[in-house]
Every structure is written in C-alpha cells, then in structure tokens.
Write a protein that binds this ligand. Structure first.
Ligand SMILES: C[S@@+](CC[C@H](N)C(=O)[O-])C[C@H]1O[C@@H](n2cnc3c(N)ncnc32)[C@H](O)[C@@H]1O
Length: 192
C-alpha cells in the first residue's frame, strides 16, 4: 500500500517511541555528524527531506542555513522548536524538488523506505537534483515489520547505484551503519 497522507503518520506517542529507538541504536548523533562532516563550508545551505521532528536539524551547526521539508504538521511544529532559525516547508515530498532552494547538500534519513517501489526511482532522482552533495539512508533489504500500515519498502543495491548514476552523481560512500542493518547510508556527489 502506498501512503499518500502523511499528515497523520506520527502521533506524539509514536514520535517519542521512534526517537527512543534512534537513541538506543546510536543513530541520534550519527546522522547529524555525517551531514556536518560533509558541509562544503560552515554557512552551507542544507535541505532535509522528511525532516520529521528536527532530530538532525537540532544538531547541525548554527551557521548552517537549514531547510526542512515534511508533510506532517505535528513533526514540523516540533522541528521548529528545535531549530528556530530553520525554514520549514509543510509539503509532500512528491513535487518538493522545485520548491526548495538549490542547496549545497541534501539529506534524508529513514524517509525513502516509505515510498512504494514504483515511486522510488523518480523520487530519488528529484532528491538528487537539488544539490551537488547528498546523504541519505536507503533500505536495500527487508526491514523489520513494525506492524504499522506504512510502506517499508526496500530497493536492491544495484538499483540504488543505477539511479544515483542516472542522476549524474557518483557514490562516495555506501555501507550499513552497523553490520547487518538493511538500511544503508549512501553519500554521493555530482560528477564533473
Ligand atoms: C521515519 S520518519 C524520519 C524522520 C526524520 N528523517 C528522522 O530521521 O528523524 C519519516 C518522515 O518522513 C516524512 N514523510 C514520509 N513520506 C512523506 C511524504 N510523501 N512527504 C513528506 N514527508 C513525508 C514523515 O512525515 C516523517 O516525518
């Protein structure tokens, strides 16, 4: 099933649970640290797709010009509290590419798994068109069934590589954050 309305995706309770899981896994600091390390300069413009509650936004350096896009208003309200200087875009990611500024870096964590297989290549191409550097997590194997009704889609590794290449990017990093994790971290840069 493809979920089209993400405005009811998370409740305060599920948000709290999700963040606790991130904390346990050690992902809380890891994603923001990856983005910070990849900044081309301290005042770079960063766009985050599916920014959720601002978990990553909160930990980026103050100088960063940060834009967060998410369809869930509850998430965005929390993200705004966590990063008051951030610019937040309440909208569906389908079609968001033309509506956010060109950025130095674009990132997305735990987002692409929510898109159905048919939508994923187009969405990933749109995502990579926004910036010359990208960091995103992408499931390349089956994810644990969380019992909710949302898509938990994976994409074969060779397909991820093919779409990154088709977007005119080259992969600079592709690995799981920990052995056996099906949701890998990909980093790419525009060629030429
Ligand atoms: C698992 S949460 C991850 C949140 C955040 N990236 C993080 O790592 O903490 C997935 C996020 O993607 C957003 N999302 C999923 N599909 C979306 C869509 N079609 N348009 C906009 N946001 C979407 C959800 O609202 C949610 O905030």
């Amino acid at each position: 099933m493809t979920v089209r309305d993400y405005s009811r995706y998370l409740t305060p309770e599920t948000l709290a649970e999700e963040e606790a899981a991130w904390e346990r896994q050690g992902d809380q600091p890891m994603h923001a640290a990856l983005v910070t390390a990849a900044l081309p300069h301290p005042a770079a413009t960063v766009v985050e797709w599916g920014c959720g509650t601002g978990r990553v936004a909160a930990k980026l350096p103050d100088e960063v010009i940060y834009h967060g896009v998410d369809a869930n208003p509850l998430c965005l309200a929390l993200a705004r509290e966590r990063r008051p200087s951030g610019i937040f875009h309440p909208r569906d990611l389908r079609g968001a590419a033309g509506l956010v500024p060109d950025a130095d870096l674009i990132c997305a964590f735990a987002v692409f798994k929510h898109f159905a297989w048919e939508e994923w290549p187009w969405l990933c191409l749109q995502f990579l068109s926004v910036a010359p550097r990208a960091i995103f997590s992408q499931a390349i194997g089956p994810l644990e069934d969380t019992g909710d009704s949302f898509v938990h889609q994976f994409v074969p590794l060779k397909t991820v590589h093919a779409v990154i290449k088709a977007a005119g990017h080259r992969v600079s990093h592709a690995a799981p954050p920990r052995p056996g994790d099906p949701e890998w971290i990909f980093q790419s840069e525009r060629c030429g």
